[in-house]
Design a protein around this ligand. Sequence first.
Ligand code: BTN
Length: 330
Amino acid sequence: MIRDDEILRLLKKDPSRFLSGQEISRRLKVTRTAVWKRVNHLRALGYKIESLTRSGYRLIQAPDLLTPSEIRPLLTTKWMGRAIHYFQSIDSTNSKAYQLALQGAKEGEVVIAESQMEGRGRLGRRWFSPSFLNLYLSLILRPPIPPHRASLITLMAAVATADAIQNYSGLLPQIKWPNDVLLRGRKVAGLLNEIQSEMDRIHFVILGIGVNLNMDEKMFPKEIRNMATSLKRERGETVSRKDFLLSLLAALEGWYETFLKEGGSPVLEAWRGWAKIEGKRVSVSSFGENLSGVSVDIDSDGALILETEEGERRRIVAGDVKYQSESLSN
Ligand code: BTN
């Protein structure tokens, strides 16, 4: 049985040249019928492959799919994303990654899906996950840290996502506590992190990242249309999901290694740079309580420090923040 990436590697080597079925079958040590079947399978996935009776096959165009055969040869990471679990459709990449981690999947393995039937957001919300437009990814990490520091991993992932957006598009994102990534005040990416741990040791963290890449305004459900955006909408150009994924994995690997080597300080510093929360008027809902005041900073565990209207300092560990309109300018 030939793998897609083996045949694609041959066809991509010299895209202007036809490669005969005989040549492919000799190099991959399979029959010509097996080659022909695989070519038809690739066509069904959206690859445009020309065939000429005496000349063989030539790859004309590859679809923007996030399959391991498309991603693996282009990865610039050393270890992150080297094992990819790919699904055309799945309930939730986070749920799948959680199962895989329980079964012993290694640090750096990722689950990627073209669509999610039950994409999950923070605080029990749904994450809108239509096919072939966006990025839905869950990464398995096994950081050697105690559970109370796990939120630093979330901040690290938000920083890596903001970096990837800027590197890819040149646009300037903003992080909204704890880990929403915004463009011009609208949410472009969200993170859902789940951990499995005992009192003093994390077994694994599932870092779930959803980035709206190629959604047009009308594709968003009405309820979120004014609050959400996509990279395409902000940039005015279709995004190569493959290139964006490569850039995100590179940023995640770089930041995670920095975190492991240097601890939380560089992550917190970068997070502050993207979030600029100091002095912003915010309202916060946390565990059923509504507070408003001015955000002061985040502490070394990633909790939000809020000065309430009554002049009291509060430490918020989880919740939702809304910027009050006058402070939306940056
Ligand atoms: C949020 O509410 O902001 C978090 C959204 C996280 C969505 C991503 S998409 C990939 C991964 N799988 C899920 O079910 N959720 C996360």
